[in-house]
Design a protein around this ligand. Structure first.
Ligand SMILES: [Mn+2]
Length: 365
């Protein structure tokens, strides 16, 4: 979880962005944005940030904990069990806000409710103000992310020890999940993918009862949540000698991964970064078998901005972005490969954080 100094700096940056957007206040309902700005995690809150103060409203389930975590930094209010709309309206109105920002991805019901208690104030969709901040990780976040990535590397090594002919994808998947928690993770950052043999041509295969066989490639995609931050890592080892075809696509995929890591830097768009890897795969004749984007941002969420994909043309990459670099080649009925690393962008380019070896790995059977 972030320190008070880190969240204080984030609120300061948000206020600067609010001034630039002519907002008197910002209403934060999103769970992840709330953790980002306060360091406090709960399933319900309304955070109202203005130029001078921050008001944190929650319900009785979290009142005591919120008070302890946030007092001195924010005004914590515990809403009543009834007439919540009136209560929020009373807190909000009369503060003289001309325009208030809110996150555009709330539900229609939440929006209707928001309109009721903010009546008289102009509402402006402004979630991107926080998104832009979250896209650029601060030192605190990079420190926590490095720890999450290190746990992910350890978990990958453990997963390798489980891959033997006769065991099922499901058994491997369950063991990986238990081990994530044994290594100190609070959870997996997503349900791990163990895709063996022909199943490896499905990028997001759900592990099932298929038994691993000799010569299978096995795509292992896993990640953990450690101190609130997510890791994400994919390797595709083979059980014994690989087929010629697999060996070929493995080295194309590896080259795409390595070329992208060499080329990616601030100032490029996500689409330009994606194209570097795509060129390598297209030139080898496998362009149509690389159906997803090159990568995505990671942080408090497993998939966040910036995206590295052909569609990511609207803004440029910046130092402090944390992204995955994960080209793949998937041949239906045959099998597939994905090699995913995790990198932080600096002025000099991509600094890869994941340490797990990525040369073609042939496991003994
Ligand atoms: Mn990923």
């Amino acid at each position: 979880m972030p320190t008070t100094a880190a969240t204080g700096m984030r609120l300061k940056k948000l206020r600067a962005a609010m001034r630039a957007a002519s907002l008197d206040s910002m209403i934060v309902l999103d769970r992840v944005n709330t953790v980002y700005l306060t360091g406090f995690e709960c399933s319900y809150s309304v955070l109202i940030v203005d130029e001078r103060t921050a008001i944190f409203v929650t319900d009785s389930r979290y009142g005591e904990a919120a008070e302890k975590a946030l007092s001195g930094r924010m005004k914590v209010h515990v809403q009543p069990t009834r007439n919540v709309t009136d209560y929020l309206a009373k807190l909000f109105r009369g503060r003289g806000y001309g325009a208030a920002g809110f996150e555009g991805d709330i539900s229609v019901d939440q929006y209707d409710e928001l309109k009721r208690w903010t009546k008289g104030t102009k509402l402006k969709k402004s979630g991107e103000l926080i998104m832009k901040l979250r896209r650029v990780k601060d030192d605190e976040e990079i420190r926590l992310i490095k720890r999450a990535v290190a746990v992910g590397d350890k978990l990958m090594e453990y997963a390798m020890t489980l891959l033997t002919p006769g065991t099922t994808e499901l058994v491997v998947s369950q063991s990986v999940r238990f081990q994530a928690e044994r290594l100190g993770a609070s959870a997996e950052s997503f349900r791990n993918i163990i895709a063996s043999g022909p199943n490896s041509s499905r990028p997001h295969h759900h592990p099932g009862k298929r038994k691993l066989k000799k010569h299978d490639p096995v795509t292992v995609d896993l990640g953990v949540v450690y101190e609130g931050y997510c890791s994400d890592l994919t390797r595709t080892p083979v059980l014994g000698k690989p087929s010629k075809k697999f060996e070929e696509i493995y080295y194309v995929c590896l080259a795409a991964n390595q070329e992208a890591i060499k080329a990616i830097r601030p100032g490029m768009t996500g689409a330009e970064a994606d194209q570097v890897a795509r060129n390598v795969i297209e030139e080898a004749g496998y362009g149509k078998y690389f159906g997803h984007g090159l990568g995505h941002g990671v942080g408090l969420q497993i998939h966040e901005e910036p995206r590295l994909s052909p569609r990511a043309t609207s803004y440029k990459l910046e130092p402090g972005n944390i992204v995955t670099i994960e080209p793949g080649i998937y041949l239906p009925g045959v099998g597939g490969v994905r090699i995913e690393d995790y990198a932080v962008l600096t002025e000099q380019g991509a600094q890869v954080l994941s340490q797990s070896p990525k040369q073609l790995r042939i496991l003994s059977t």
